[in-house]
Ligand binder design. Structure first.
Ligand SMILES: *[C@@H]1O[C@H](CO)[C@@H](O)[C@H](O)[C@H]1NC(C)=O
Ligand SMILES: *[C@@H]1O[C@H](CO)[C@@H](O)[C@H](O)[C@H]1NC(C)=O
Ligand SMILES: *[C@@H]1O[C@H](CO)[C@@H](O)[C@H](O)[C@H]1NC(C)=O
Ligand SMILES: *[C@@H]1O[C@H](CO)[C@@H](O)[C@H](O)[C@H]1NC(C)=O
Ligand SMILES: *[C@@H]1O[C@H](CO)[C@@H](O)[C@H](O)[C@H]1NC(C)=O
Ligand SMILES: *[C@@H]1O[C@H](CO)[C@@H](O)[C@H](O)[C@H]1NC(C)=O
Ligand SMILES: *[C@@H]1O[C@H](CO)[C@@H](O)[C@H](O)[C@H]1NC(C)=O
Ligand SMILES: *[C@@H]1O[C@H](CO)[C@@H](O)[C@H](O)[C@H]1NC(C)=O
Length: 735
């Protein structure tokens, strides 16, 4: 991932420095090492990249899509393989792929990317097929591919490294992926015989998106099909509306209507209902912005009025590993699409465009709306009847001005020192009847965190090392069938099946109660910690206190236990060799660090850029260190003679923060260095600024960059204040 915009970078820098003392670094109460939990696993020798997981309708079979293979496993014990089907790439196809410069051993294979139910006895499967995406039907009775060899363009990426998402809705496949060999043409489409639709190929519709997830939300009660069901797509894309020097990523939710048939003239065979909005996941009081979406889970339950979207986010610049979970009500997103303001692009200063709120008149029917009862009543029975004005408007204004804010306007969970990758959420009823949304979040190091919210506090019940090799977990699936609740995790090396709780591992009543795990309760009758979803016996006599008050336990335990509410204590088993993991890298404001000079992002080395001759550009450097820390700027090895503005801010512990920004113009390419010098040592970062031919695009880019630097410098004072505030609270907490 590229360096992010300066504001994003500065914000993350704040998080890095102040993270040490900020209270959002919950530690898992227990860590289960891989060898401590005997998990059921599946791995077929010679087969890798187990990236697609699908549960059968009755949840008794787990289908797994890997590289060149699909497996059917017993969902109760995935080590029991029921069937397998291989889909290999032919040698001449492989050779043709290699001729185009792709790797024959890795890229020119068939990576299964789409694994969706087609009917009760068939799956719809698509694979990258050596950069020639293809789709086929898998007969579940014979477990054989039918050999249809459909062109999979637009449904499956060419490149196994590219993002993709898909969902099957009533036998039609909705997918988000790239449409060409280069991966440069993003598309959200519907594969349908009677009405295939796609997005317009235009930057305002999709701008270098990274697809994450898609799902359908049914509008009307079962059986009653008004064609008003919606399909939601989640992705991260490059911002068009905010201007920064670097590519600023924005997490999005987009929506299309199932009943959409495209326009008659305008938007023919294109979505007339494609609208998108920004997802907000940030902590306003700490300036933390999470702008890269990693995964989404839709929580549905009969006792929930509406589905809730859970998203896992990271900041764009994440060298320390910081992750968050935000939850959104469906109705909040729907309100933005059905009542929010649109954004409009305006051309300023010749070629330079800017996105602003559109305050003018909006045509009726409302652009981007589904064909609902009201539309039908007004004789618009299909999107094919929509007036040109409405269609032209939505074609030009796919982006909403309003953003989708999370429930409670804040993340559910923020965690340091971890990169979360995937999420599933289960609803568990505790013994006292309260319902807990249990979040299972996987990491890029093979672990699974299980967390709940307790009285405005987050409690990470446990961390389980699912994969021995600390590899990224790429897919998570929850089976929440009564009595048999499992989490399935897929990675490059295999699939793991984990129970939702390890109640039996809590050996005493105190340990069982202190776990504060809604799935577990102590049974004095059998003197064991039991899983509530597995006991048929009445809950009478069971002991569970979600506040961690273990005083209700029979007064016989000789074992010492931590005081109630000690969620920040990391309690490892006595035979566990690992030490409690620190929630933050060891970079607190300790005595050693005080003497060090540290460059903070955005580093100069990430600011390499192309400019046109004599166009102005800016470079930025930031560092902390002893009070005498200052900058030296060099150009091609010689100290710069122009004036370079610098700001120094004394920090309460005697250290200093220095910021410096250089404005320059060049005739020829040059190398710039900024060095933070002090008696404690020097730190240097360098970047090359390359002069290119004068072109309109460069000119435009230069104007944009200058404008964004102005914005950054303008914001600087405001940010200094939050820096200072955060620093002060940090010191209070730390000492
Ligand atoms: C497939 O798995 C191999 C082996 O772990 C890994 O090196 C490779 O990066 C994976 N490829 C993709 C596209 O995930
Ligand atoms: C799963 O199946 C394997 C092989 O049949 C067996 O050895 C193992 O004990 C089973 N595990 C569980 C938890 O049932
Ligand atoms: C699927 O396989 C079964 C058993 O071999 C066969 O009877 C059936 O016709 C096949 N279905 C299709 C659609 O090919
Ligand atoms: C997808 O499109 C292809 C080509 O138009 C068609 O043959 C196939 O049946 C479609 N599949 C689905 C699931 O709609
Ligand atoms: C998180 O990911 C970033 C970027 O890939 C990496 O530099 C960092 O070490 C990771 N952190 C953890 C705790 O895994
Ligand atoms: C809808 O069309 C019908 C039949 O053409 C007509 O009678 C009715 O007045 C129309 N309604 C509206 C709201 O235009
Ligand atoms: C989300 O929905 C819940 C329950 O339906 C409600 O209590 C809450 O106020 C909603 N939050 C927002 C931000 O709309
Ligand atoms: C740091 O820079 C100063 C001035 O350029 C130089 O005199 C000194 O030797 C440098 N120190 C180190 C440790 O590189």
């Amino acid at each position: 991932m590229r360096m992010c915009g300066p504001v994003g970078g500065l914000l993350t820098a704040l998080a890095v420095v102040f993270g040490t003392a900020v209270a959002f670094a919950p530690v898992p109460r227990i860590t289960w090492e891989h060898r401590e939990v005997q998990l059921v696993q599946f791995h077929e020798p010679g087969i890798f990249n187990y990236s697609a997981l699908l549960l059968s309708e009755n949840e008794d079979t787990l289908f797994v899509g890997a590289r060149e293979a699909v497996f059917a496993l017993n969902a109760h014990n995935i080590s029991k393989k029921q069937h397998e089907a291989y889909w290999k790439v032919s040698e001449d196809k492989k050779a043709r792929c290699a001729e185009k410069g792709k790797s024959k051993q890795t890229e020119c294979l068939n990576y299964i990317r789409v694994l969706q139910p087609l009917s009760t006895n068939a799956l719809y499967v698509c694979g990258t097929n050596a950069f020639q995406p293809a789709c086929d039907h898998l007969n579940l009775t014979s477990f054989k591919f039918l050999g249809k060899n459909e062109d999979g363009k637009g449904r499956c990426p060419f490149d196994p490294a590219q993002s993709y998402t898909s969902v099957m809705v009533d036998g039609e496949l909705y997918s988000g992926t790239s449409y060409n060999f280069l991966g440069s043409e993003p598309i959200i489409s519907r594969n349908s015989t009677h009405s295939p639709l796609r997005t317009e190929y235009a930057i305002p519709w999709l701008n270098e998106p990274s697809f994450v997830f898609a799902d359908v939300v049914r509008e009307s009660p079962e059986g009653e099909d008004l064609g008003d069901d919606r399909v939601y797509f989640f992705f991260t894309e490059v911002s068009v509306e905010y201007e920064f020097v670097f590519k600023l990523m924005i997490p999005r939710i987009a929506r299309v209507c199932k009943g959409d048939q495209g326009g008659l003239r305008t938007l023919q065979k294109k979505w007339t209902s494609f609208l998108k909005a920004r997802l907000i996941c940030s902590r306003p009081d700490s300036n933390l912005v999470f702008n890269v979406l990693r995964d989404v889970f839709v929580l549905r339950s009969p006792d929930l009025k509406e589905p809730v979207f859970y998203g896992v986010f990271t900041p764009q610049l994440n060298n320390v590993g910081l992750s968050a979970v935000c939850a959104y009500n469906l109705s909040t997103a729907e309100a933005v699409f059905s009542r929010g303001k649109y954004m409009q692009s305006a051309t300023v200063e010749q070629s330079h465009t800017k996105w602003v709120r559109y305050n003018g008149a909006v045509p009726t029917p409302r652009p981007g709306a589904c064909i609902n009862r009201e539309a039908r009543a007004a004789n618009f029975s299909s999107s094919l009847n929509l007036p040109d004005k409405t269609l032209q408007f939505v074609k030009d204004h796919p982006l909403m001005d309003d953003s989708v804010t999370p429930i409670d306007s804040r993340p559910r969970l923020i965690k340091g020192d971890v990169n979360y990758t995937q999420i599933v959420v289960d609803r568990a009823r505790a013994l006292d009847g309260t319902i807990h949304d249990v979040m299972f979040v996987s990491t890029d190091r093979g672990a699974l965190h299980k967390a709940i919210s307790l009285e405005n506090d987050i409690h990470i019940i446990e961390e389980t090392q699912l994969f021995q090799d600390f590899e990224p977990i790429q897919s998570l699936l929850l089976s929440s069938k009564k009595g048999r609740k499992f989490v399935y995790a897929g990675s490059n090396s295999g699939v793991v099946q984990a129970p939702v709780a390890f109640c039996g591992k809590h050996g005493t009543c105190e340990d069982c109660v202190l776990a504060r795990d809604p799935y577990c309760a102590w049974s004095p009758a059998v003197a064991a910690c039991v899983a509530l979803h597995q006991t048929d016996s009445p809950s009478r006599g069971l002991i569970q206190e979600m506040n961690g008050d273990a005083s209700t336990c029979p007064a016989s335990s000789p074992l010492p236990f931590p005081p109630p509410g000690s969620s920040s204590l990391s309690c490892l088993g006595p035979d566990s060799s690992s030490s409690p993991r620190s929630p933050w890298p060891a970079s607190g404001p300790g005595p050693d660090r005080r003497l060090q000079v540290t460059l903070l992002p955005p580093f100069l080395s990430d600011q390499a850029q192309h400019v046109h001759a004599l166009g102005t550009f800016h470079l930025f450097c930031q560092a902390t260190g002893p009070a005498d820390v200052h900058f030296l700027w060099e150009k091609n090895g010689r100290e710069l003679e122009v004036c370079v503005p610098t700001q120094t801010h004394a920090l309460p512990d005697g250290r200093a923060l220095v910021l410096s920004w250089l404005r320059d113009a060049l005739r020829e390419s040059a190398e710039y260095r900024c060095s933070a010098l002090s008696r404690a040592g020097n730190k240097t970062s360098k970047a090359r600024v390359t002069v290119t031919r004068l072109e309109a695009t460069q000119q435009e880019r230069w104007t944009r960059e200058l404008a964004s630097w102005r914005a950054v410098v303008g914001e600087h004072d405001r940010m200094m204040q939050s820096w200072r505030k955060a620093w002060e609270s940090c010191n209070q907490d730390a000492f």
